[in-house]
Design a protein around this ligand. Structure first.
Ligand SMILES: [Zn+2]
Length: 127
């Protein structure tokens, strides 16, 4: 087992949102390391139930939870997302659905929803 407290982020691949999310997990949840699974707009794929992307995201999250003993999974949307160019209100709905999808995997980790706003600040959607 790797040393240190790991958490898991299902985040966009957008370079603007990596550091805010890592910082958030370190400060608010005492994480030492943030395993990050990225796709363009992953909440869209999880909410829509894209079978291929859902499976590959699930596989990577499972590795983080089992190998690194992560007990917290964040599902993240963000402002100005190229992979998911829909308004914030729509993204918040997708985050809610994506949380339920990840919970249905029954990995034994808590699942929370976050949104990175246009000031690169992390807003808690659901915790
Ligand atoms: Zn994005």
């Amino acid at each position: 087992m790797a040393e240190g407290k790991f958490v898991t982020a299902i985040n966009c691949m957008d370079g603007r949102v990596q550091e805010p999310v890592i910082h958030y997990f370190k400060i608010k949840h005492g994480a030492d390391f943030v395993d990050t699974i990225t796709e363009p707009g992953p909440i869209k794929h999880l909410a829509e139930g894209d079978p291929i992307l859902t499976e590959t995201i699930k596989n990577r999250v499972t590795i983080s939870v089992t190998l690194h003993d992560s007990n917290l999974i964040g599902v993240i949307g963000h402002d100005d997302c190229g992979g998911n160019p829909v308004p914030k209100e729509e993204q918040l709905k997708e985050i809610d659905i994506a949380i339920e999808v990840v919970k249905s995997w029954e990995l034994g980790a808590r699942v929370i929803g976050l949104y990175v706003n246009n000031n690169y600040l992390v807003e808690v959607v659901r915790e």
